[in-house]
Structure formats: C-alpha cells, structure tokens
Design a protein around this ligand. Structure first.
Ligand code: HEM
Ligand code: HEM
Length: 216
C-alpha cells in the first residue's frame, strides 16, 4: 500500500529555495557586472545598485549554504552528507549504474529511492562544491575593495596565488555551469516525478513523498 513519508525536513527545503532564488539573482546581477552595458553617466548609480543586490544575495546565499552544511550532520539520513557519496556502498554503486544507464538511454530500469537517487546525489555533491567555489572566489574578489581589511588579509594568499583575473574567469564560468545544471535539474526532476509517480516535485515544497514499499 502507498505510504506517505516525511523525507525533506524544513531546513533542507528552506535552504533549497533560498539557494535557488539566490543563484538566479546572482547570475542575473553577476552577468550585468561582467557585461556592464548600463554604464551610469547620468548619476543614476545603476551599476552600484546591481553590485549591491549581488552582495546582498551573496551574503544570503553564504548563510544558506553554511546552514545546509550544518544540516548534513544534524538532519535525518536523507539530508546526511553520507547520502551524497553513494559509491561507498555496494547497493549505492549498483543503483548508481542502473540510474546512469536510465539517464543515458542504455537501460530501462530505475532504482526506486525514498531520498535522492544516487546519480542525482552525486550531481548535488558537485553542485555544493561549485557553491563553495563561488563563495570563496566571490569573497576574494570582494575583499579587494578594502585592501587593508580583515577579508583582504584572509584572501590575500589566494589572490596572490591565482590572480584576480583567473578568479573572475572561474567565477564567471561557474555561473554558466550552474545555469546548465538548472535546466537539466528541472528536466530530470520532472522526468522522475512522472516515472516514479512519487511526488518528487511537490516533495521539495511539502517535504512528503509517496512511497510504494514493494518498489524499494
Ligand atoms: C524551479 C526550480 C527548481 C525546482 C522545481 C527544483 C526541484 C528540486 C527537487 C524536486 C529536488 C529533490 C530531488 C531529488 O530527490 O533528488 C531538488 C533538490 C536539489 N536542488 Fe533543486 N529545484 C529547482 C532549482 C534549483 C536550483 C536553481 C539549484 C541550484 C543551482 C538547485 C539545487 C538543488 C540541490 C543542491 C538539491 C539537493 C537538495 C539537498 O539535499 O539539500 N535546485 N530540487
Ligand atoms: C551562485 C553564485 C554566484 C554567481 C552565479 C555569481 C556570478 C558573478 C558573475 C557572472 C560576475 C561577473 C564576473 C566577471 O565577468 O567579471 C560576478 C562578479 C562578482 N561577484 Fe559573484 N556570483 C556568485 C556568488 C558570489 C558571492 C557568494 C560573492 C561574495 C561576496 C560574489 C562576489 C562577487 C564580486 C565581488 C564580483 C566582482 C564585482 C565587480 O567587479 O565589481 N559573488 N559574480
């Protein structure tokens, strides 16, 4: 019989939607910073506002990502850091191959999961790594505005080692990777929602999923 299970606790859901909103705002404002066509010549301060919004979203994003990292140690086992490294168990490896084959049109079977499927979980681990890269490179660039400040002291070694233009290029490039992921993410989520009929999409809003125990 179909069971209703509470899978995504509220910190997972809140941080997911704060991150998603921030990524959109940061990509729009970041793109405008990198391609400043709206140069303020009439004292309208357009680019100043664009950068201000980028920094406000950046702080919100940083707090949200750190909160999610904390929840990887405090939350239920679907939220745990262990869920993001599926290849460490034999079952995880088997299900990973099954899902990879399904996504690449070389197999028809899927692994029914209560939480993230193993391929999605690994992709999310990569996304969290990109989040950390954006935060570190972003704050390193940000620290240049106050060369004698605390943050400049923190990030000076990175700026000296890599150089600010490489950091800008990396920061810009990762924006495109995140936007590419966004398109694939919504497509795969929708696909799994239809295939598994378990409320994948509504689950990230409500926290609940519909599970048929026989399928697991
Ligand atoms: C309309 C927009 C979006 C929808 C409908 C959506 C939907 C979902 C769903 C249904 C899940 C759970 C899927 C699963 O079981 O594997 C999920 C998880 C996740 N999504 Fe999204 N998503 C959206 C936007 C984004 C964006 C913009 C990002 C970041 C670039 C993102 C990153 C993630 C991550 C990292 C997880 C894992 C959550 C965790 O365990 O903390 N999502 N999303
Ligand atoms: C998903 C997260 C983020 C995205 C997609 C993003 C995107 C961008 C892009 C595309 C640029 C323009 C780069 C260029 O072509 O020169 C930029 C600039 C910048 N970003 Fe981000 N960013 C993100 C997060 C952050 C964070 C967390 C910070 C931390 C404060 C930050 C601080 C900055 C700074 C300081 C600049 C340079 C501004 C300037 O030169 O006036 N970003 N961002």
């Amino acid at each position: 019989m179909l069971e209703i299970r509470y899978v995504w606790e509220w910190p997972v859901r809140i941080t997911h939607w704060v991150n998603a909103l921030c990524v959109v705002v940061l990509a729009l404002t970041g793109f405008a910073i990198g391609t400043p066509i709206l140069v303020a010549g009439d004292g309208s301060y357009v680019m100043g506002w664009v950068r201000f919004v980028h920094y406000v979203a950046a702080y919100a994003f940083t707090v949200s990502v750190l909160a999610r990292f904390y929840w990887m140690f405090a939350g239920n086992h679907h939220a745990s850091w262990r869920a993001f490294i599926p290849w460490t168990t034999a079952v995880g490896r088997r299900n990973f191959v099954k899902m990879l084959r399904y996504y690449t049109f070389t197999g028809k079977q899927i692994s029914y999961e209560v939480g993230h499927n193993p391929v999605a979980a690994l992709a999310y681990a990569g996304i969290f790594a990109l989040f950390v890269f954006q935060i570190v490179s972003g704050f390193a660039l940000y620290s240049q505005y106050n060369p004698g400040g605390f943050m400049a002291g923190l990030f000076a070694p990175l700026l000296n080692l890599v150089g600010n233009q490489w950091l800008r290029l990396g920061h810009h490039g990762v924006m495109w990777l995140l936007l590419g992921f966004f398109i694939n993410h919504v497509y795969s989520g929708w696909l799994m929602d239809v295939k598994e009929r378990n409320g994948t999409m509504s689950g990230i809003v409500s926290g609940y999923r519909f599970i048929e125990p026989r399928d697991l």
